[in-house]
Ligand binder design. Structure first.
Ligand SMILES: NC(=O)c1ccc[n+]([C@@H]2O[C@H](COP(=O)([O-])OP(=O)(O)OC[C@H]3O[C@@H](n4cnc5c(N)ncnc54)[C@H](OP(=O)(O)O)[C@@H]3O)[C@@H](O)[C@H]2O)c1
Length: 312
């Protein structure tokens, strides 16, 4: 039977949380999805059923116009849900799946790719072997940035302002899940923070929005600092002296004259492009794709013009 109109692009958006992110709904629509359906409070035990319910109704032609997005807050759960959805496919009934919980995969991808770019451009150095301190590293963006940087060979400290137990627990979790070797560190007191800063070559600030995690006075303890990157766009600056638009700008007040700052809107600009491109790739690639944080990172590197080995 001939079809009267072309089938719409449908995106099924799953989240383990009570609400789907409006940011991601907007991004999906702007990337060409026409019917967008959120499914909230989705447990990992629901993913096989929902995936198979989505793939069988539209025929092999329709599945190429159908996609699944996995959101939520939990970066490990989303990685597991992406794997589960992929394994639930029954070829040729197979649809593209993209995970980006809390924007963390695309934000961390943009953050780490820009750090690589400015390490190379400003210091002729790679991330491999660098001492990286992630302030607010126990959160969604911090965990993924830690996984990426450690996979590239950096020595990563995941810092918590709460206590060492939380830092160690998160570090152990990401190490197990992603087969990496990070270390948890407490920055609860100023002395703790200054001790951690004293050896750091790269500082990434990924704490909750609107909190300053490194003041101008703290900066004077970062004697080896090459790059300071801050994802927080809500005043005050997460790292004093790193302005939101900075994109490899000399960092005033740093001990080393060649230290560079990367701000939240420079990172956000790349994050936006990564997410848009991944949604478009789902719809237009011609075959099903499975997009997690390694794919987000490859896309971010392509956008900022960095090449290198993939995530190990
Ligand atoms: N630029 C962009 O494009 C972009 C995109 C998405 C998100 N973001 C930003 O990325 C940041 C991280 O987002 P997220 O979802 O990963 O955050 P999150 O999980 O909500 O929080 C990250 C960490 O912040 C720490 N924290 C909480 N309260 C704090 C305080 N008062 N002082 C210091 N640390 C505190 C907590 O760790 P501990 O208690 O263990 O210290 C928490 O694990 C946010 O600032 C968000 O706005 C930026």
């Amino acid at each position: 039977m001939p079809e009267a109109t072309e089938r719409p692009y449908i995106l099924h958006m799953l989240t383990a949380t009570p609400q789907m992110s409006p940011f991601d709904v907007n991004m999906a629509a702007d990337a060409g999805y026409q019917v967008i359906v959120p499914y909230c409070n989705v447990g990992s035990e629901h993913v096989v059923t929902l995936t198979q319910d989505a793939i069988f109704s539209r025929g092999p032609k329709g599945v190429s116009r159908t996609g699944i997005f996995i959101g939520g807050r939990d970066v490990m759960l989303a990685a597991d849900m992406l794997d589960t959805a992929r394994h639930a496919m029954v070829p040729p009934f197979e649809v593209s799946v993209f995970a980006d919980p809390s924007g963390s995969y695309t934000t961390a991808a943009a953050l780490v790719a820009l750090v690589e770019k400015h390490l190379k451009g400003g210091h002729n150095a790679d991330l491999g072997g660098k001492r990286v301190l992630i302030l607010g590293g126990t959160g969604a963006v911090g965990r993924v940035a830690a996984a990426m940087a450690a996979s590239l060979g950096a020595q990563v400290l995941i810092a918590s302002h709460s206590d060492i137990a939380r830092a160690t627990q998160v570090s152990d979790e990401v190490n197990r899940r992603f087969d990496i070797a990070t270390t948890g560190v407490s920055v609860r007191t100023s002395d703790d923070l200054h001790h951690a800063l004293s050896t750091a070559e790269v500082v990434m600030a990924t704490a909750v929005a609107g909190v300053q995690v490194m003041s101008a006075a703290d900066l004077s303890h970062a004697r080896h600092l090459l790059i300071a990157a801050d994802v927080n766009a809500v005043p005050p600056e997460g790292i004093a002296g790193v302005h939101v638009m900075d994109d490899g700008k000399p960092l005033a007040g740093a001990v080393r004259q060649d230290a560079l700052g990367i701000g939240a809107l420079a990172i956000g600009n790349v994050k936006y492009q990564v997410e848009h491109r991944l949604f478009v790739r789902m719809r237009t690639g011609g075959k099903p794709v499975y997009l997690g944080f390694p794919e987000a990172f490859d896309e971010a590197r392509a956008i900022v013009g960095v090449s290198g080995g993939g995530l190990g």
